[in-house]
Design a protein. Structure first.
Length: 150
């Protein structure tokens, strides 16, 4: 009986692992398709690098052009470093913010409230630790608990 129980626990652990893997949110599988549809128009290949954008923010913003984020490497620089928490601050629906105001990129997450909410959940699952802090405040433990899987 004890052996059978052990076997059962083993099988359950195995099933759980397989499920967890299948459900894991990745940039390739989940984030890139949303990004290409909702963000690439302003943050795509034709957009300037962050430092280039910063030289003349107004000029770019007036043309509805943001900074380039259209690769895994570029996008995670707005999550961990150097633009720590920027993605989270901009996409948040207000519920994680002290002033309860949604970030100004939240509206770009979808055409309807339902789509925005669903896409925000996917971004949250991808980031893992939805932390809005900037580099000067974020701790190493908080950075360590980011998921941001490729
Ligand atoms: C209509 C154009 C447009 C769309 C669509 C758009 N953005 Fe932006 N985004 C901008 C512009 C312009 C800026 C710079 C001005 C500002 O800071 O608000 C910006 C700034 C940002 C920033 C701030 C980066 C920093 O370091 O401060 C983030 C993060 C961001 N966008 C993410 C996104 C994501 C993710 C999406 C898709 C869900 C998206 N944006 C869709 C135009 C856009």
């Amino acid at each position: 009986m004890k052996k059978m129980m052990m076997g059962l626990v083993g099988v359950m652990a195995f099933v759980w692992c397989v499920q967890a893997e299948a459900a894991e949110v990745t940039w390739q599988k989940d984030i890139k398709p949303i990004f290409d549809k909702q963000c690439a128009g302003c943050h795509g290949a034709d957009s300037p690098e962050f430092e280039e954008f910063n030289k003349d923010k107004k000029k770019w913003a007036d043309q509805s052009t943001g900074m380039r984020m259209n690769s895994f490497s570029l996008l995670i620089s707005y999550v961990g470093w150097p633009e720590s928490g920027a993605l989270m601050r901009r996409l948040d629906d207000g519920s994680s913010k002290a002033d309860k105001k949604a970030g100004n990129m939240y509206e770009n997450l979808g055409a309807t409230a339902a789509e925005r909410k669903a896409n925000l959940e996917i971004f949250k699952a991808w980031v893992g630790n939805w932390n809005l802090k900037r580099w000067k405040d974020v701790t190493k433990d908080e950075l360590n608990s980011l998921k941001i899987k490729y």
